[in-house]
Ligand binder design. Structure first.
Ligand SMILES: O=P(O)(O)OC[C@H]1O[C@@H](O)[C@H](O)[C@@H](O)[C@@H]1O
Length: 332
């Protein structure tokens, strides 16, 4: 792959940490706001991605034109313990309020480290830009969630600009205890205008409505469009979901593995105003579609490992008599 050598504004501001080695020449460690460190992955042409060690959180995924495909709030707070608003926060070991821990668990506001020696994980040889991160519980974490785990995250930028996140979670409890968790890749997509967006792949699915005390409903038969606040957990959703942005003539294809559910969230105007780290009108330019495992927690016995993967790609929407062909989008 003819990816450019690391260069540009990010590297000008760079101060690579001498303590952390990156495995790929297409990845570099630089400082972001508040001195938080982030890994910049550089793919072919102008494609790049940024991943903060704080939260193990992807905050940026840019296409050939240098356009960010992920939403990051202009009011995002880059200061622990607040999680960064936008990108792809990792919800672990709890999604939402489905348990006794803080909302969305603690992985999104812990410091991850670079994993220089991860156990083997097959990688497409065409992928040059990737990084492996790891999170292990601190003494404090063990007080609130008494389980020894290893969470490995690989973020990779494919030759055609696809972004993939692979999570591997292992139970290392020394005393035979299993543990259970819920999980989500809380992906914030950048959209032109929420009223121009529709989601295909979730029609006729059952969902839990977080706005109606998690009651279960069945979605109607049409593609999903947005006219008000939405906060739904679609159950047993298909492995591919398409987000069609009519104004941009762009379709995001979300491919998920090991993650049965998909959360769809937009706070709309009232909730947007109530969030300190979110602009009042920003709900118009974002949509969260979050591959997740919520309804049924994942249980691991000691020594067992779980894998959950997310692949994002952005393709031009193709129109046929003004109608998008959903089969083309969903089946490639
Ligand atoms: O403000 P937070 O903790 O990042 O959560 C944002 C939203 O995240 C979504 O995944 C949840 O379904 C919503 O209920 C929640 O409001």
């Amino acid at each position: 792959m003819a990816a450019p050598a690391p260069s540009g504004a990010a590297s000008a501001a760079a101060s690579p940490s001498p303590l952390m080695q990156l495995p790929s020449p297409f990845a570099e460690l630089v400082k972001g706001p508040s001195g938080l460190e982030k890994v910049v992955l550089r793919g072919a042409r102008n494609c790049c991605a940024e991943i903060y060690l704080y939260g193990g959180q992807v905050t940026s995924w840019k296409n050939d034109n240098g356009e960010d495909l992920l939403f990051l709030s202009s009011k995002a707070i880059f200061k622990p313990p607040k999680a960064i608003r936008g990108g792809i926060p990792i919800c672990f070991p709890q999604f939402g309020s489905h348990g006794n821990l803080e909302q969305h668990g603690f992985a999104r506001n812990r410091f991850w480290t670079i994993d220089n020696n991860p156990p083997p994980l097959p990688l497409n040889p065409a992928i040059k830009a990737f990084v492996d991160l790891i999170l292990k519980p601190s003494e404090e974490d063990l007080k609130i969630w008494p389980h020894s785990f290893e969470f490995r995250l690989r973020v990779a930028l494919g030759p055609s600009g696809d972004l993939s996140l692979t999570s591997r979670i292992r139970n290392n409890n020394p005393d035979g205890r299993p543990f259970s968790y819920t999980f989500a890749y809380h992906t914030y997509f950048s959209v032109s205008d929420i009223s121009e967006v529709r989601v295909e792949g979730l029609e006729t699915m059952d969902y839990l409505d977080n706005l109606k005390a998690k009651e279960r409903f069945t979605e109607q038969g049409d593609a999903i469009v947005f006219e008000s606040e939405v906060d739904k957990v679609y159950l047993a959703a298909p492995s591919k979901i398409a987000i069609i942005d009519h104004e941009k003539k762009r379709t995001f294809v979300v491919t998920k593995e090991g993650l049965p559910d998909a959360v769809v969230w937009n706070p709309w105007d009232k909730k947007a105003k109530a969030m300190q780290d979110f602009g009042d009108a920003e709900y118009k330019s974002m949509l969260c579609v979050e591959p997740a495992s919520v309804e049924r927690p994942i249980t691991l016995k000691p020594g067992e490992e779980w894998k959950g993967r997310l692949v994002l790609s952005a393709v031009p929407s193709s129109y046929c008599s003004g109608q998008l062909d959903p089969l083309k989008v969903l089946q490639g």
